[in-house]
Ligand binder design. Structure first.
Ligand SMILES: NC(=O)c1ccc[n+]([C@@H]2O[C@H](COP(=O)([O-])OP(=O)(O)OC[C@H]3O[C@@H](n4cnc5c(N)ncnc54)[C@H](O)[C@@H]3O)[C@@H](O)[C@H]2O)c1
Length: 347
Protein backbone atom coordinates (compact mmCIF):
# COMPACT_ATOMS: atom_id res chain seq x y z
CA UNK A 1 0.00 0.00 0.00
CA UNK A 2 1.26 3.53 -0.74
CA UNK A 3 2.00 5.77 2.23
CA UNK A 4 -1.11 7.17 3.86
CA UNK A 5 -1.42 10.81 4.91
CA UNK A 6 -0.92 11.11 8.67
CA UNK A 7 -3.35 13.56 10.20
CA UNK A 8 -3.54 15.13 13.66
CA UNK A 9 -6.59 16.83 15.17
CA UNK A 10 -6.35 19.98 17.29
CA UNK A 11 -9.52 20.43 19.35
CA UNK A 12 -11.60 17.30 19.96
CA UNK A 13 -15.10 18.82 20.21
CA UNK A 14 -18.24 18.81 18.12
CA UNK A 15 -16.93 19.61 14.65
CA UNK A 16 -13.86 17.35 14.98
CA UNK A 17 -16.02 14.37 16.01
CA UNK A 18 -19.00 15.20 13.82
CA UNK A 19 -17.25 16.08 10.58
CA UNK A 20 -13.44 16.02 10.38
CA UNK A 21 -12.61 12.63 11.87
CA UNK A 22 -15.54 10.79 10.19
CA UNK A 23 -14.52 12.48 6.93
CA UNK A 24 -10.97 11.20 7.23
CA UNK A 25 -12.15 7.73 8.26
CA UNK A 26 -14.18 7.49 5.04
CA UNK A 27 -10.89 7.85 3.18
CA UNK A 28 -8.98 5.29 5.21
CA UNK A 29 -7.15 4.02 2.12
CA UNK A 30 -5.49 7.45 1.83
CA UNK A 31 -5.46 8.88 5.37
CA UNK A 32 -4.99 7.81 8.96
CA UNK A 33 -5.80 9.94 11.98
CA UNK A 34 -2.82 9.30 14.22
CA UNK A 35 -3.09 11.90 16.99
CA UNK A 36 -5.50 14.20 18.75
CA UNK A 37 -4.78 17.15 21.04
CA UNK A 38 -7.16 19.01 23.31
CA UNK A 39 -6.47 21.29 26.27
CA UNK A 40 -9.12 19.31 28.10
CA UNK A 41 -7.30 15.99 28.11
CA UNK A 42 -10.49 14.03 28.82
CA UNK A 43 -11.97 15.35 25.55
CA UNK A 44 -8.94 14.14 23.63
CA UNK A 45 -9.02 10.76 25.40
CA UNK A 46 -12.77 10.23 24.79
CA UNK A 47 -12.32 11.18 21.18
CA UNK A 48 -9.33 8.87 20.76
CA UNK A 49 -11.28 5.99 22.30
CA UNK A 50 -14.35 6.60 20.13
CA UNK A 51 -12.40 6.70 16.88
CA UNK A 52 -9.41 4.48 17.65
CA UNK A 53 -6.81 7.27 17.48
CA UNK A 54 -3.50 6.01 18.93
CA UNK A 55 -1.89 9.18 20.32
CA UNK A 56 -3.38 11.69 22.77
CA UNK A 57 -1.99 15.09 23.83
CA UNK A 58 -3.22 17.94 25.95
CA UNK A 59 -0.92 20.44 24.20
CA UNK A 60 -0.91 20.63 20.42
CA UNK A 61 2.68 21.92 20.62
CA UNK A 62 3.71 18.49 22.00
CA UNK A 63 1.75 16.72 19.28
CA UNK A 64 3.54 18.75 16.59
CA UNK A 65 6.94 18.31 18.28
CA UNK A 66 6.47 14.53 18.30
CA UNK A 67 6.65 14.75 14.50
CA UNK A 68 5.40 12.39 11.85
CA UNK A 69 2.31 14.40 10.88
CA UNK A 70 1.59 15.48 7.31
CA UNK A 71 -1.55 17.49 8.00
CA UNK A 72 -3.75 18.80 10.80
CA UNK A 73 -7.35 19.82 11.24
CA UNK A 74 -7.84 22.80 13.53
CA UNK A 75 -11.12 22.51 15.39
CA UNK A 76 -10.63 24.78 18.40
CA UNK A 77 -12.60 27.92 19.28
CA UNK A 78 -11.78 30.78 16.88
CA UNK A 79 -9.33 32.49 19.25
CA UNK A 80 -6.82 29.65 18.90
CA UNK A 81 -7.05 29.05 15.13
CA UNK A 82 -4.21 31.32 14.02
CA UNK A 83 -1.60 30.26 16.59
CA UNK A 84 -2.35 26.56 16.05
CA UNK A 85 -2.35 26.90 12.24
CA UNK A 86 0.92 28.80 12.21
CA UNK A 87 2.60 26.32 14.59
CA UNK A 88 1.35 23.40 12.47
CA UNK A 89 2.62 24.88 9.21
CA UNK A 90 5.96 25.73 10.81
CA UNK A 91 6.14 22.07 11.84
CA UNK A 92 5.68 21.11 8.17
CA UNK A 93 1.97 20.27 8.18
CA UNK A 94 -0.75 21.19 5.72
CA UNK A 95 -3.72 22.79 7.48
CA UNK A 96 -7.47 22.55 7.25
CA UNK A 97 -8.67 25.20 9.69
CA UNK A 98 -12.29 25.47 10.70
CA UNK A 99 -14.09 28.65 9.77
CA UNK A 100 -13.62 31.54 10.28
CA UNK A 101 -9.84 31.82 9.67
CA UNK A 102 -9.44 33.62 13.02
CA UNK A 103 -10.72 36.64 14.86
CA UNK A 104 -8.73 39.47 13.23
CA UNK A 105 -7.54 40.21 9.67
CA UNK A 106 -3.97 40.28 10.99
CA UNK A 107 -4.35 36.66 12.05
CA UNK A 108 -5.61 35.62 8.61
CA UNK A 109 -2.73 37.54 7.02
CA UNK A 110 -0.14 35.86 9.28
CA UNK A 111 -1.64 32.45 8.49
CA UNK A 112 -1.48 33.14 4.73
CA UNK A 113 2.11 34.41 5.01
CA UNK A 114 3.17 31.28 6.91
CA UNK A 115 1.54 29.04 4.30
CA UNK A 116 3.44 30.84 1.57
CA UNK A 117 6.76 30.83 3.43
CA UNK A 118 6.61 27.14 4.28
CA UNK A 119 4.85 26.16 1.03
CA UNK A 120 2.05 24.44 2.93
CA UNK A 121 -1.57 24.05 1.93
CA UNK A 122 -3.89 26.20 4.03
CA UNK A 123 -7.64 26.01 3.57
CA UNK A 124 -10.76 26.77 5.60
CA UNK A 125 -13.87 24.84 6.59
CA UNK A 126 -16.39 26.72 4.45
CA UNK A 127 -18.25 23.55 3.50
CA UNK A 128 -21.19 25.28 1.79
CA UNK A 129 -18.87 25.75 -1.18
CA UNK A 130 -19.23 22.02 -1.70
CA UNK A 131 -23.04 22.09 -1.57
CA UNK A 132 -24.39 20.81 -4.87
CA UNK A 133 -26.43 24.01 -5.32
CA UNK A 134 -23.31 26.18 -5.04
CA UNK A 135 -21.22 23.94 -7.30
CA UNK A 136 -23.99 23.84 -9.90
CA UNK A 137 -24.62 27.58 -9.84
CA UNK A 138 -20.89 28.26 -10.10
CA UNK A 139 -20.89 26.38 -13.43
CA UNK A 140 -23.82 28.48 -14.68
CA UNK A 141 -22.07 31.67 -13.58
CA UNK A 142 -18.82 30.65 -15.29
CA UNK A 143 -20.84 30.11 -18.48
CA UNK A 144 -22.17 33.68 -18.21
CA UNK A 145 -25.79 32.78 -17.37
CA UNK A 146 -26.09 35.54 -14.75
CA UNK A 147 -23.91 38.06 -16.62
CA UNK A 148 -22.45 40.79 -14.43
CA UNK A 149 -23.47 40.09 -10.81
CA UNK A 150 -23.98 43.52 -9.30
CA UNK A 151 -26.11 42.82 -6.22
CA UNK A 152 -26.42 40.04 -3.69
CA UNK A 153 -28.24 39.27 -0.51
CA UNK A 154 -27.07 36.96 2.27
CA UNK A 155 -29.31 35.56 4.99
CA UNK A 156 -28.27 33.34 7.91
CA UNK A 157 -31.10 33.74 10.37
CA UNK A 158 -32.41 31.38 13.04
CA UNK A 159 -35.64 31.98 14.90
CA UNK A 160 -34.33 30.56 18.18
CA UNK A 161 -30.95 29.00 17.51
CA UNK A 162 -28.66 30.51 20.12
CA UNK A 163 -26.10 27.78 20.85
CA UNK A 164 -26.52 26.35 24.34
CA UNK A 165 -23.28 24.38 23.92
CA UNK A 166 -19.63 25.27 23.25
CA UNK A 167 -18.34 28.84 23.49
CA UNK A 168 -20.35 30.40 20.66
CA UNK A 169 -21.73 33.14 22.91
CA UNK A 170 -18.32 34.13 24.30
CA UNK A 171 -16.87 37.16 22.51
CA UNK A 172 -13.37 36.69 23.86
CA UNK A 173 -13.06 33.13 22.54
CA UNK A 174 -15.07 33.50 19.31
CA UNK A 175 -14.67 37.16 18.35
CA UNK A 176 -18.40 37.66 17.98
CA UNK A 177 -21.75 35.91 17.61
CA UNK A 178 -24.10 35.25 14.70
CA UNK A 179 -21.99 37.10 12.13
CA UNK A 180 -18.67 35.36 12.76
CA UNK A 181 -20.32 31.98 13.38
CA UNK A 182 -23.15 31.43 10.88
CA UNK A 183 -23.19 34.65 8.85
CA UNK A 184 -19.70 33.90 7.52
CA UNK A 185 -20.90 30.67 5.86
CA UNK A 186 -23.40 32.44 3.62
CA UNK A 187 -21.12 35.45 3.18
CA UNK A 188 -18.32 33.17 1.98
CA UNK A 189 -20.67 31.32 -0.38
CA UNK A 190 -21.90 34.60 -1.90
CA UNK A 191 -18.38 36.00 -2.27
CA UNK A 192 -17.18 32.74 -3.83
CA UNK A 193 -20.01 32.90 -6.39
CA UNK A 194 -19.10 36.55 -7.06
CA UNK A 195 -15.41 35.65 -7.56
CA UNK A 196 -14.36 37.25 -4.25
CA UNK A 197 -14.36 40.94 -5.27
CA UNK A 198 -12.20 43.40 -3.28
CA UNK A 199 -14.33 45.13 -0.61
CA UNK A 200 -14.51 48.92 -0.62
CA UNK A 201 -16.75 50.01 2.25
CA UNK A 202 -19.03 48.47 4.89
CA UNK A 203 -21.81 49.74 7.10
CA UNK A 204 -23.33 47.58 9.84
CA UNK A 205 -25.38 47.46 12.99
CA UNK A 206 -25.33 44.67 15.58
CA UNK A 207 -27.92 43.94 18.25
CA UNK A 208 -28.07 42.06 21.52
CA UNK A 209 -31.81 41.87 22.05
CA UNK A 210 -32.79 38.26 22.73
CA UNK A 211 -29.54 36.60 23.77
CA UNK A 212 -29.00 38.35 27.08
CA UNK A 213 -32.30 37.29 28.61
CA UNK A 214 -33.73 33.81 29.18
CA UNK A 215 -36.08 32.51 26.52
CA UNK A 216 -37.24 29.59 24.42
CA UNK A 217 -34.21 27.87 22.98
CA UNK A 218 -34.66 25.18 20.33
CA UNK A 219 -31.35 23.68 21.50
CA UNK A 220 -32.10 24.23 25.20
CA UNK A 221 -31.53 27.25 27.42
CA UNK A 222 -28.36 29.08 26.49
CA UNK A 223 -26.11 30.82 29.02
CA UNK A 224 -27.94 34.17 28.81
CA UNK A 225 -26.18 35.59 31.87
CA UNK A 226 -22.78 35.41 30.17
CA UNK A 227 -23.98 36.19 26.64
CA UNK A 228 -21.33 38.61 25.35
CA UNK A 229 -21.88 38.56 21.56
CA UNK A 230 -24.36 40.01 19.09
CA UNK A 231 -27.46 37.91 18.47
CA UNK A 232 -28.17 39.84 15.26
CA UNK A 233 -26.14 41.70 12.67
CA UNK A 234 -27.14 43.57 9.52
CA UNK A 235 -24.72 45.06 7.06
CA UNK A 236 -24.07 46.41 3.63
CA UNK A 237 -20.82 45.84 1.78
CA UNK A 238 -19.76 47.63 -1.37
CA UNK A 239 -16.98 46.35 -3.62
CA UNK A 240 -14.37 48.08 -5.75
CA UNK A 241 -15.93 46.58 -8.90
CA UNK A 242 -19.22 48.40 -8.14
CA UNK A 243 -21.11 45.37 -6.75
CA UNK A 244 -22.93 45.42 -3.41
CA UNK A 245 -24.07 42.87 -0.83
CA UNK A 246 -26.74 43.09 1.87
CA UNK A 247 -26.31 40.81 4.87
CA UNK A 248 -28.66 39.74 7.61
CA UNK A 249 -27.74 37.21 10.26
CA UNK A 250 -29.17 36.20 13.64
CA UNK A 251 -28.87 33.47 16.24
CA UNK A 252 -32.39 34.48 17.30
CA UNK A 253 -34.96 36.79 15.76
CA UNK A 254 -38.73 37.14 15.79
CA UNK A 255 -39.33 35.72 12.33
CA UNK A 256 -41.53 32.92 10.95
CA UNK A 257 -39.00 30.35 9.75
CA UNK A 258 -36.88 28.28 12.15
CA UNK A 259 -33.83 28.73 9.95
CA UNK A 260 -33.04 30.56 6.74
CA UNK A 261 -29.71 30.05 5.05
CA UNK A 262 -29.85 31.79 1.70
CA UNK A 263 -27.75 33.54 -0.89
CA UNK A 264 -29.47 35.52 -3.64
CA UNK A 265 -27.57 36.95 -6.58
CA UNK A 266 -28.71 39.49 -9.14
CA UNK A 267 -26.87 39.85 -12.43
CA UNK A 268 -27.70 41.69 -15.67
CA UNK A 269 -28.40 38.40 -17.47
CA UNK A 270 -30.03 36.48 -14.64
CA UNK A 271 -30.53 36.13 -10.93
CA UNK A 272 -30.55 33.16 -8.57
CA UNK A 273 -31.54 31.91 -5.16
CA UNK A 274 -29.14 29.21 -4.06
CA UNK A 275 -31.01 27.18 -1.41
CA UNK A 276 -32.91 25.63 -3.17
CA UNK A 277 -31.37 26.52 -6.50
CA UNK A 278 -33.54 28.59 -8.80
CA UNK A 279 -32.38 30.82 -11.64
CA UNK A 280 -34.38 33.81 -12.94
CA UNK A 281 -33.91 35.03 -16.50
CA UNK A 282 -35.53 36.87 -19.38
CA UNK A 283 -35.27 35.11 -22.74
CA UNK A 284 -37.17 35.44 -26.02
CA UNK A 285 -39.48 38.06 -24.47
CA UNK A 286 -40.33 35.68 -21.63
CA UNK A 287 -39.53 35.73 -17.94
CA UNK A 288 -38.19 32.31 -16.97
CA UNK A 289 -37.72 30.51 -13.67
CA UNK A 290 -35.16 27.75 -14.19
CA UNK A 291 -35.25 24.96 -11.62
CA UNK A 292 -32.99 21.90 -11.82
CA UNK A 293 -35.07 18.78 -12.33
CA UNK A 294 -32.56 16.76 -10.34
CA UNK A 295 -29.60 17.63 -8.16
CA UNK A 296 -27.67 14.81 -6.58
CA UNK A 297 -27.56 15.72 -2.89
CA UNK A 298 -23.98 15.49 -1.71
CA UNK A 299 -22.32 15.63 1.68
CA UNK A 300 -20.57 19.01 1.68
CA UNK A 301 -18.53 18.39 4.83
CA UNK A 302 -17.24 15.06 3.50
CA UNK A 303 -16.48 16.74 0.18
CA UNK A 304 -14.51 19.45 1.98
CA UNK A 305 -12.37 16.87 3.80
CA UNK A 306 -11.87 14.91 0.58
CA UNK A 307 -10.77 18.08 -1.25
CA UNK A 308 -8.25 18.81 1.51
CA UNK A 309 -6.87 15.27 1.37
CA UNK A 310 -6.60 15.45 -2.44
CA UNK A 311 -4.76 18.76 -2.11
CA UNK A 312 -2.34 17.34 0.48
CA UNK A 313 -1.61 14.40 -1.80
CA UNK A 314 -0.62 16.73 -4.64
CA UNK A 315 -3.98 17.05 -6.39
CA UNK A 316 -6.04 20.15 -7.08
CA UNK A 317 -5.92 22.87 -4.38
CA UNK A 318 -9.15 23.13 -2.34
CA UNK A 319 -11.63 25.88 -3.22
CA UNK A 320 -11.15 28.07 -0.13
CA UNK A 321 -7.84 29.95 -0.37
CA UNK A 322 -5.73 31.97 2.11
CA UNK A 323 -6.35 35.18 0.07
CA UNK A 324 -10.10 34.69 0.40
CA UNK A 325 -9.68 34.04 4.11
CA UNK A 326 -8.00 37.44 4.45
CA UNK A 327 -10.72 39.26 2.49
CA UNK A 328 -13.48 37.59 4.49
CA UNK A 329 -11.81 38.40 7.80
CA UNK A 330 -11.31 42.04 6.73
CA UNK A 331 -14.99 42.34 5.90
CA UNK A 332 -16.11 40.73 9.19
CA UNK A 333 -13.76 42.95 11.19
CA UNK A 334 -14.96 46.08 9.36
CA UNK A 335 -18.60 45.12 9.93
CA UNK A 336 -17.95 44.84 13.67
CA UNK A 337 -16.01 48.13 13.72
CA UNK A 338 -18.79 49.87 11.84
CA UNK A 339 -21.37 48.57 14.31
CA UNK A 340 -19.20 49.74 17.21
CA UNK A 341 -18.48 53.22 15.86
CA UNK A 342 -21.76 53.80 14.01
CA UNK A 343 -19.68 54.89 10.99
CA UNK A 344 -19.18 53.39 7.56
CA UNK A 345 -15.70 51.83 7.32
CA UNK A 346 -13.61 52.17 4.17
CA UNK A 347 -11.29 49.27 3.45
N1 LIG B 1 -18.10 24.30 9.58
C1 LIG B 1 -19.12 24.34 10.42
O1 LIG B 1 -20.29 24.31 10.06
C2 LIG B 1 -18.82 24.41 11.89
C3 LIG B 1 -19.74 23.93 12.81
C4 LIG B 1 -19.42 23.99 14.16
C5 LIG B 1 -18.22 24.57 14.55
N2 LIG B 1 -17.35 25.06 13.61
C6 LIG B 1 -16.08 25.69 14.03
O2 LIG B 1 -15.28 24.70 14.66
C7 LIG B 1 -14.57 25.26 15.75
C8 LIG B 1 -14.84 24.44 16.98
O3 LIG B 1 -16.22 24.35 17.20
P1 LIG B 1 -16.88 23.11 17.96
O4 LIG B 1 -18.33 23.19 17.72
O5 LIG B 1 -16.18 21.85 17.64
O6 LIG B 1 -16.57 23.55 19.47
P2 LIG B 1 -16.46 22.61 20.75
O7 LIG B 1 -16.56 23.54 21.91
O8 LIG B 1 -17.41 21.48 20.66
O9 LIG B 1 -14.98 21.99 20.67
C9 LIG B 1 -13.81 22.77 20.78
C10 LIG B 1 -12.74 21.92 21.44
O10 LIG B 1 -11.50 22.62 21.36
C11 LIG B 1 -10.83 22.43 22.61
N3 LIG B 1 -9.83 23.49 22.76
C12 LIG B 1 -10.01 24.74 23.22
N4 LIG B 1 -8.84 25.43 23.15
C13 LIG B 1 -7.92 24.57 22.66
C14 LIG B 1 -6.53 24.69 22.36
N5 LIG B 1 -5.88 25.83 22.55
N6 LIG B 1 -5.90 23.59 21.89
C15 LIG B 1 -6.54 22.43 21.68
N7 LIG B 1 -7.85 22.27 21.95
C16 LIG B 1 -8.54 23.33 22.40
C17 LIG B 1 -11.94 22.44 23.63
O11 LIG B 1 -11.53 21.85 24.85
C18 LIG B 1 -13.01 21.63 22.92
O12 LIG B 1 -12.90 20.24 23.17
C19 LIG B 1 -14.98 26.73 15.83
O13 LIG B 1 -14.02 27.53 15.19
C20 LIG B 1 -16.29 26.78 15.05
O14 LIG B 1 -16.49 28.02 14.39
C21 LIG B 1 -17.63 24.96 12.30
Amino acid sequence: MTKRLKVGIIGAGGIARGAHIPGYLKLSDQVEVVAVADVVRRNAEDCATSFGIPNVYDRYEDMLAAGGLDAVSICTPNKFHAAAAIAAMEAGCHVLCEKPPGITPEEAEAMAATAQKHERLLTYGFHYRYAVEVETLKRFIRAGELGDIYMSRVTAVRRRGIPSWGVFTNKELQGGGALIDIGVHMLDAALYLMDYPEPEQVLARTYQKLGSRPGVGLGGQWDWENFSVEDTAVGMITFKNGASLMLETAFAANVEQDKQMQVSLMGDQGGADVFPLKIYQEKHETLLDVTPAYLKAGKPREAEIAAFVRGCLGGETPASTPREGILLQRIVDALYRSAETGEAIRL
